[in-house]
Design a protein around this ligand. Structure first.
Ligand code: UDP
Length: 370
C-alpha cells in the first residue's frame, strides 16, 4: 500500500514524487511510456541531447523554482533567440529593433514605435478581441502578415481571429536590440539533458514504466490512498462530456552528415505554405559547444509539424479558447468532487503551462498535502 500513486513521470509528477517522498510518504510513480520525463524527455543521438518531444528551454522569474531545479541539474547559459524565415527572408525574434530595422529600415526606437502606431491606427483596433487584433495592435500589420499569421495558423490549425489573444502575449515586443526570446531572470538548459534532471528528481523513488493507469484503474486505485493524475482530464472521465481539443506535434528527426545545418537552435518558418512550423537543430541548445559543435561531424535536426489531436496521438498544446474553456470547467467540477484524486500539469489542468509554472504548481500542491 502506497500513500500516493502518481500517474505520469513528467515534471509535475516527478516534483510531487520528490516532495512527498521527502515528507516521508510512500510513493509509486507509473507512466505509460517506456521512459520517464514526459515531454521534456531528451535522448542522446550522435552525442547530442535531442529534445524528442520538442524544444524545451527552461526560463523563469520564480527564484524558488530556479533554485529548486538547480538542485537536480547544472544549467548552461543558453539564451533562446529563434530566427524567423519568411520565404527566405530572415528576421530576429522576438520582435525587437533588429526585426523592425529589417522589416522597415527604421533605425531608432522612436521611428519603430511610430511605424507600429500608424499601422495599429490604420487597422482601427482599440480593444483587441482575438489573436489577430492583439498581434496587429502590438506590432502592426506587416509583422503580423509575415511573421505571425502563417505560423500561427499552422501551429493552431485555426485562423488568428478565432484564437485567444493571450497566446501572442507570450512573445515580448521590445524597442531595444535584444534577441532574447524570454523576459525571464533565469534561463538555461540542463547540462546532460532533461532526462538526467528528472532521473535525479526521482532518485530512490519507485517508478514503473509501460503501465497504463486508465487501462486498469480499479487495480491501481487499490494500491494507494490517493492518486495524483497528470494525464488528460477528459481521458480520465472517458471523454464522457466531450473531447477537449489539443494540438499534437509530429517530428521528423534526421541525422545529417554535416556539422552545421542552420546555425541556430530554432528557425521558425513563418509563411503559410511551408508544411512544418519550425526546424530545431539540437546541438545548438548546448551552449559552450559552439566550437565543439562545429567539430562534431554530424548534426541532428527535427522538423516540427502541427496537427489536430485525435485519439491515439500525443496531446501537446491545450487549445485554450472559450469553447474548450467551458468544457474544461465542466470536467473541473467533476474533478473537484473527487476525494482521492488530484489533477495536475499541462494535461491534468488543461492549461498552456510552461515548465516553471508546472513546477511551481507541483510545489504548492505538495505543500498542501503536508
Ligand atoms: N508565434 C508566431 N510566430 C513565431 C513564433 C510564435 O506567430 O515565429 C506565435 C504563435 O501563435 C505561437 C505563439 O506565438 O503559438 C507562442 O509562441 P511560443 O514560441 O511561445 O510557442 P511554443 O514554443 O510554446 O510552441
Amino acid at each position: 500500500m502506497y500513500d500516493y500513486l502518481i500517474v505520469g513521470a513528467g515534471l509535475y509528477g516527478a516534483v510531487c514524487a520528490r516532495e512527498l517522498t521527502d515528507q516521508g510518504k510512500r510513493v509509486l510513480v507509473i507512466d505509460k511510456r517506456p521512459q520517464i520525463a514526459g515531454n521534456v524527455y531528451t535522448e542522446q543521438i550522435e552525442g547530442i541531447n535531442v529534445h524528442i518531444y520538442g524544444a524545451h528551454i527552461f526560463h523563469t522569474n520564480n527564484a524558488e523554482v530556479w533554485n529548486y531545479v538547480n538542485r537536480f541539474a547544472v544549467f548552461n547559459r543558453f539564451t533562446n533567440s529563434p530566427v524567423a524565415n519568411y520565404k527566405g527572408e530572415l528576421y530576429s525574434l522576438p520582435f525587437n529593433m533588429y526585426t523592425f530595422n529589417k522589416m522597415w529600415g527604421v533605425v531608432t526606437p522612436e521611428e519603430a514605435a511610430e511605424k507600429i502606431k500608424a499601422q495599429r491606427e490604420a487597422a482601427g483596433i482599440t480593444e483587441p478581441k482575438n489573436l489577430e487584433e492583439q498581434a496587429i495592435s502590438l506590432v502592426g500589420t506587416d509583422i503580423y502578415e509575415k511573421l505571425i499569421k502563417g505560423y500561427t495558423q499552422k501551429q493552431w490549425g485555426r485562423p488568428c481571429d478565432q484564437l485567444p489573444a493571450f497566446i501572442i502575449k507570450r512573445l515580448p515586443v521590445r524597442l531595444t536590440f535584444d534577441n532574447n526570446y524570454f523576459n525571464a531572470l533565469y534561463q538555461g538548459i540542463p547540462v546532460g539533458g532533461y532526462t538526467k534532471m528528472v532521473a535525479r528528481m526521482l532518485e530512490g523513488i519507485e517508478v514503473r514504466l509501460n503501465e497504463d493507469y486508465l487501462a486498469d484503474r480499479a487495480a491501481w486505485n487499490k494500491m494507494a490512498k490517493q492518486v495524483i493524475y497528470t494525464g488528460p482530464i477528459d481521458a480520465f472521465y472517458g471523454f464522457s462530456l466531450g473531447t477537449l481539443e489539443y494540438r499534437s506535434v509530429r517530428f521528423e528527426t534526421e541525422v545529417l552528415d554535416k556539422p552545421n545545418f542552420q546555425g541556430n537552435a530554432a528557425v521558425n518558418y513563418t509563411d503559410a505554405e511551408t508544411p512544418w512550423t519550425r526546424i530545431i537543430e539540437h546541438k545548438w541548445f548546448e551552449f559552450g559547444r559552439d566550437e565543439e559543435g562545429n567539430d562534431l561531424p554530424k548534426t541532428v535536426i527535427s522538423r516540427e509539424y502541427s496537427s489536430e489531436w485525435k485519439p491515439g496521438d500525443e496531446p501537446y498544446y491545450p487549445v485554450n479558447d472559450e469553447k474548450n474553456g467551458n468544457l474544461y470547467a465542466q470536467y473541473k467540477a467533476l474533478a473537484d468532487q473527487e476525494e482521492n484524486v488530484i489533477f495536475g500539469g499541462r494535461l491534468g489542468e488543461y492549461k498552456y503551462y510552461d515548465m516553471d509554472q508546472v513546477i511551481a504548481q507541483a510545489l504548492v500542491q505538495a505543500k498542501d498535502l503536508r
